[in-house]
Design a protein around this ligand. Sequence first.
Ligand code: GTP
Ligand code: MG
Length: 203
Amino acid sequence: MTIKHAEFIISVAAAAQLPKDNLPQIAFCGRSNVGKSSLINALLNRRGLAKTSNSPGKTRLLNFFRITPAESIYPPFYFVDLPGYGYAKVSQTEREAWRQLIESYLQNSPRLCGAFALIDSRHGPQKNDLDLLAWLAHVRQRVAVVATKADKLSAQQRAARQREIAVALQHLPVTDLIFYSSLTALGKKELWQQIREFLVREK
Ligand code: GTP
Ligand code: MG
């Protein structure tokens, strides 16, 4: 897909502030520091559009980016950068607020047409990743898993890790498992392919 335009629209701290236009939305979820914001920038070839950081917990709000494809067969749509979970250094109260924001968004967004669940390819899915995936399955949200930072693995390690992750996910309705790196072009084509499928097979 060729992108004509991509821009940051709004950061949202509560479900009441969600954009009210009717554009389809694609969400990126995963632990803090897994690479959600970097992935959005790399997909759009826009360094710095989504704020990234070495310190986990950078994205604390739902950030909406409006994307206008060049080809008119695709509608304009949103990428939604979700706040990361699993960051140890936040208080229980803050963690609970994040959980409620993410859950209420994922549950109450009729225009959400697909989600990418990001996991770190070096560690595979952690307990809270599996909880999120189970929850996405429960609300019948279409989801593809992205194994990030794949540049940190050799081709051989990647193949082994792919089998392990596939086993860990075998009982979950995941449409795809994509090994991805924001530093190399690995997985980028597959991600765009999945995005097109989310958009054309919209609910
Ligand atoms: P939160 O906003 O805290 O939830 O984090 P995030 O998931 O948005 O992570 P972010 O994109 O900010 O990236 C976190 C760190 O991982 C940064 O230091 C990035 O440079 C690094 N990183 C992201 N993607 C990759 C990748 O594909 N390969 C490598 N080697 N590093 C990456
Ligand atoms: Mg982020």
